[in-house]
Design a protein around this ligand. Structure first.
Ligand SMILES: NC(=O)c1ccc[n+]([C@@H]2O[C@H](COP(=O)([O-])OP(=O)(O)OC[C@H]3O[C@@H](n4cnc5c(N)ncnc54)[C@H](O)[C@@H]3O)[C@@H](O)[C@H]2O)c1
Length: 410
């Protein structure tokens, strides 16, 4: 069984996957190892991820390692139907259709769990949530899972703290080779790609407000500055606010920013970052985009309540008419880089998915020794991925001499 939009879209999906494969040398190398060693032989692996070309290639690599892979989405708007069709054509079970209702989306997550995976990859925590709720009966057969993003890790840590986590989890997001590059440079580039291709407006000279100066926010602010915007940062963490000031940005509250922003980007992992009283203060024509995992950072209920009318005026642009002005929300407030773009660049996701595939391999081998906790990615995996990345670039680094080792270990 599978649920996809249209099998005939597969050729376009294959072309997209073929392009990213040419730019993901780490996964190419891991794929070759997996073909030889079959470390996942016969293992059921479910993955809940943004169904697009790079994740599709990761699914193929897991299958090359011998896994029976089932794929489902992690966001109703980020699934690309042509890629889902190509994965189905490869023989995988796929439950992913672009633009499904929330109810259908959770049904697909349930279907991916009904295949009884031993190991899984989650992105944002919806699959884990189902295993702690309506699919609780399947949790006992889970060996472990790996979580892709900050929001998912936060949800896992809350469960761990409450003593409720039902199986071991690896926080792939916390690997150095993941968040340092994916969250910062990946989000930094792809968020602006999503905004620019959707709006086709200039960034230079605009007042850009970035809410959240964590890994992703730093990237979004840095790239906005590079394109000539005047960048303002909103934070709740005093240390991050100082960092933003020293990086050359203005720090202010969202109340203050609301009045001057031309473009707003939320990337906090929190909810209600921009709400009613901010919308009331905003300038006519202000554009809002979210890059945090869930569509709760910009309050859509408040926008709807304030509007005399609203509707999509162009793909991925919703206009809200509020008291004689228009405010624009991109991609329905869902991750703008994935819902209105193709996500992060392939070379970045090469590192993230090298971490993920190695973590799945680690779980398959070591699950018997793991407790129901959130584990960091073993440092040797981070080191392996970093060294492999440098190797694919043809770059060498220095090594410590025995004398240096002794000197720094005294
Ligand atoms: N769009 C993407 O492709 C993508 C990629 C990676 C992560 N993410 C998601 O982006 C979000 C942020 O991830 P991160 O790795 O940058 O996390 P992070 O923890 O490094 O940064 C989040 C920052 O937001 C700040 N913050 C929290 N609540 C706030 C509020 N109400 N107002 C202002 N600032 C607030 C925090 O102090 C922190 O500095 C998460 O939801 C994560 O899952 C998205």
């Amino acid at each position: 069984m599978s649920v996809i939009k249209d099998k005939s879209l597969k050729d376009s999906g294959y072309k997209k996957i073929d392009w990213v494969k040419r730019h993901m040398p780490l996964l190419n190398s891991i794929e070759q190892d997996f073909i030889k060693e079959k470390p996942l032989d016969g293992l059921n692996v479910s993955i809940s991820i943004h169904v697009e070309a790079k994740t599709a290639y990761m699914a193929e690599v897991l299958a090359a390692g011998g896994a029976n892979v089932t794929v489902t989405g992690c966001n109703p708007l980020s699934t690309q139907d042509d890629v889902a069709a190509a994965l189905y054509d490869c023989g995988m079970e796929v439950y992913a259709v672009h633009g499904v209702s929330d109810e259908e989306y959770f049904k697909h997550i349930g279907a991916a769990l009904d295949t009884k995976p031993s190991v899984f990859i989650d992105d944002g925590g919806d699959l884990v949530e189902a295993l702690h709720g309506e699919k609780r009966e399947l949790a006992d057969s889970i060996w472990g899972g790996s979580e892709e993003t900050t929001t998912g890790v936060m949800r896992l840590r809350a469960k761990e703290k409450a003593g409720r986590l039902l199986f071991p989890m690896i926080s792939a997001n916390d690997a150095m080779c993941k968040h340092l590059f994916d969250n910062r440079y990946g989000t930094g580039q792809s968020v602006w790609d999503g905004i620019n291709r959707t709006t086709n407006l200039i960034v230079a000279g605009k007042n850009v407000v970035v809410a959240g100066y964590g890994w992703c926010g730093r990237g979004c602010a840095m790239r906005a500055k590079g394109m000539g915007a005047k960048v303002f940062v909103c934070e709740i963490d005093a240390v991050k606010a100082i960092e933003a000031v020293m990086d050359g940005f203005e720090v202010l509250t969202m109340d203050e920013a609301a009045e001057i922003g031309d473009v707003f980007v939320t990337v906090t992992g929190c909810k209600d970052v921009i709400t009613k009283h901010h919308f009331e203060k905003m300038k006519n024509g202000a554009i809002m985009a979210n890059a945090g995992h869930f569509d709760v950072e910009i309050s859509k209920p408040d926008l709807e309540a304030l509007s005399s009318s609203f509707g999509e005026i162009k793909p991925n642009i919703t206009e809200y008419k509020i008291g004689g002005k228009s405010l624009y929300l991109l991609a329905e407030g869902r991750l703008v880089n994935l819902a209105a773009g193709d996500g992060h660049p392939a070379e970045i996701m090469d590192m993230s998915f090298a971490i993920q595939t190695m973590s799945v391999r680690y779980l398959a081998k070591n699950h018997a020794f793991l407790e129901n906790r959130v584990y960091l990615v073993p440092p040797e995996i981070d080191e392996y991925v970093a060294r492999l990345k440098l190797k694919t670039w043809g770059k060498a680094i220095d090594s410590l001499t025995p004398e240096q080792k002794e000197y720094i270990s005294k």
